[in-house]
Ligand binder design. Structure first.
Ligand code: ZN
Length: 103
């Protein structure tokens, strides 16, 4: 990840932990090759929606996929209420797990 995004995430992770929430990251920075594989899985119908190689914010080092378990969970609600304090925002309407550092 980009160092400023990683530092902000570490602060958010600590605040969540203090509130009894564990922010588990499934995916952060991806290389071009990793993005190519994910995109091919998406095209094949065997993977989640993924951006074309070169077009993912995961490649820019500012995106995180956090294991929220849906929009009704305490983890998701904590993020919805607190992530903006740390510079994070949800940017993909269909992906409640995808958060980006956009201070
Ligand atoms: Zn994502």
């Amino acid at each position: 990840m980009r160092s400023d995004a990683a530092a902000a995430f570490n602060r958010m992770h600590a605040a969540a932990k203090a509130a009894g929430i564990n922010l588990h990251v499934n995916s952060a920075f991806r290389t071009m090759e990793e993005q190519r594989v994910l995109y091919q899985k998406y095209l094949n119908g065997t993977g989640n929606l993924a951006a074309k190689p070169g077009y993912s914010n995961h490649q820019g080092g500012i995106a995180l996929d956090i294991n929220v378990g849906g929009t009704g969970t305490s983890t998701y609600k904590w993020l919805a209420n607190n992530a903006s304090r740390f510079g994070f925002a949800r940017t993909v309407p269909s992906e409640p797990w995808h958060w980006e550092y956009r201070p």
